[in-house]
Design a protein. Sequence first.
Length: 223
Amino acid sequence: MSLLIRSISYSQDTILRNIIKLYLSRCSEKGKPRRFDLDPTYGYGGFYNVIRKPRLCFDLSPAPDIDAKIIQADVRNLPLRDKSIYSIIFDPPFLAGGGKSSIMTSRYGYMEKVEDVWELYWKALVEFERVLKTYGVVVVKCQDFINGRNQYFSHTVIMNYAVKLGFYPKDLFILLSKNRPTPWSIKKQEHARKFHSYFWVFGKQKRSIGYLEDPEKGDKHNG
């Protein structure tokens, strides 16, 4: 009996392997473990301690000490043909402001304003809808954040954007963290400290109809 796949884990590697097992059946290469077709914001390759690197690895500013095969490209304007790939994994910056001196922004990257974060998410998802083949899959890692004493629930913003573009939210995994950098300068806590992030799994539908058609089974799954 196979182990039950759970939606919550302390291991990013476990979540990624489970996503691949459940949703990347169309992306298999004969005799090789399955992998994503594209990572458009590769960074330092933190996803690939266990799973295989994607076939295509892009980054807006490739790190100089990383594999030379990382191609410079903007996730909002991908150098790919329409409907040319089956799967994408996307790990964008999720913070706004804070500056490079912040522990969180120096580790995870940041945008200048909250509006810049939303614009990046929207334009990236528009591009994903363009380059993905029908029934393709996009996985988005995201985390909610606080800016200027306001809560911003990125995972709901991303879901709403994706649904508006015709994607179907197939699954949601939660990555728990036992330890996370803490800004000790905070004198009065106003919100619960977030020790989790999300992995959304979206499927590209044939058309925007509110449910996902499974071409292999010929059935429909209510959304």
